[in-house]
Design a protein around this ligand. Structure first.
Ligand code: SF4
Length: 367
């Protein structure tokens, strides 16, 4: 039976970038004024035709590069979203430093954006070049300063590790550079070589697994010393400034996915919007739906919640699915607890530190 809820979170995908990074396999295309104007028309149609909950709590503009739009186009996009932001607590926009202008920062501020996530990746100019990034660490510093000037100080930086040719020393310098910017949030992702990326097509490979694991361990040990508490596998926050929007995904709540390349979940229906811009322009309402079974939902809820360091609330799970975690995963919890990978503490079920390091194995045993 199909059950559709009204999400309180909205993700809107802007599928344009000024250029294409070597590791990227996201749904994106190179920016031109004309294709962006056509996309804005389609996004307007989709937003108007979809009955969006007026009581949204989070909005996330991702991509792609939302800020590669011209100032006029960015203003049009932000104005399209204005009707949905009256109750919003966290409104995030992804930022690429090389296309920022002061006017764009002011527009974001004027339209209610109160959090930005800036692509930093690494301090190393040679590595940035290899990644196809067109900015420097200095550009990131300047961008952070500019947002602070306009009062947007809830700032996250994205960093990458396990980059081809990256050394532990280089990673450490990158993290130290990021820490010096004193932002509220850091996300650190290991490079995945996607088949369809430039790296994938040209045979570039990651660092070996052992070095990658050493890097991850160093990150997890070091960031708390600077006040960044790890709250998810790849995410660290200062002063409780966790990403409210991303927590919606990890807590397996519902969210709208708007525009090509986006995915959404409304009740037990998960959907993907077309990846190709052309298909989206032909029919902005088109989407491919998957109706999730109760078992799918239970497993996915556990899979997402266990990414959080605090784990999952058992009472919430029981309320949501009408049976306890122990009943749903009969005979699966005990062997994982015996291995020292999962533990129950009061209402929470969570990975131990050892379990967190082998989360994929924990999940495959639960499945
Ligand atoms: S990584 Fe981000 S900025 Fe680079 S091409 Fe992909 S979507 Fe665009």
């Amino acid at each position: 039976m199909i059950r559709r809820n009204k999400p309180q979170a909205l993700y809107l995908h802007v599928p344009f970038c000024a250029s294409v990074c070597s590791y990227c396999d996201f749904a994106r295309t190179v920016y031109t004024k004309d294709n962006t104007d056509a996309w804005l028309n389609a996004a307007e149609t989709e937003l108007h035709q979809k009955e969006i909950n007026p009581d949204l709590k989070t909005i996330y503009l991702g991509g792609g590069t939302p800020v590669c739009l011209s100032e006029e186009q960015l203003e049009r996009l932000l104005t399209l979203i204005d009707p949905y932001r009256s109750s919003v607590k966290e409104y995030t926009c992804e930022i690429n430093p090389e296309v920022m202008t002061e006017t764009k920062v002011r527009l974001l501020k004027d339209h209610g954006v109160n959090r930005v996530s800036i692509g930093f990746q690494t301090h190393d100019p040679a590595l940035l070049k290899k990644l196809g990034r067109r900015h420097t660490a200095e550009d990131v510093f300047e961008t952070v300063k500019l947002f602070r000037k306009y009062g947007i100080d809830n700032i996250s930086l994205d960093l990458m590790y396990s980059l081809p040719g990256q050394t532990m020393d280089s990673l450490q310098q990158s993290v130290e550079t990021a820490v010096r910017m004193d932002v509220t949030h850091l996300s650190l992702y290991s490079l995945t070589i996607e088949e369809n990326s430039v790296f994938g097509k040209t045979g570039v490979s990651n660092l070996d697994e052992e070095t990658e694991a050493d890097m991850y361990e160093w990150i997890c040990q070091t960031l708390p010393q600077y006040g960044y508490e790890q709250y998810e596998i790849s995410n660290f926050a200062k002063d409780g400034k966790q990403s409210m929007h991303n927590r919606v995904y990890w807590e397996y709540e519902d969210f709208y996915g708007i525009s090509c390349g986006a995915s959404g979940k409304e009740g037990n229906v998960r959907y993907d919007k077309p990846r190709r811009l052309k298909d989206y322009l032909n029919d902005p309402m088109q989407r491919e739906e998957t109706v999730l079974s109760k078992e799918d939902e239970r497993f996915e809820a556990v899979m997402m919640n266990l990414r959080l360091k605090e784990g999952m609330s058992r009472s919430r799970f029981e309320k949501r699915f009408g049976l306890s975690f122990e009943e749903a995963f009969r005979n699966k919890y005990e062997p994982l607890a015996a291995k020292g990978w999962l533990e129950i503490r009061d209402d929470l079920i969570r990975c131990t530190s050892e379990g967190y390091e082998v989360l994929n194995s924990v999940l495959s045993e639960l499945l």
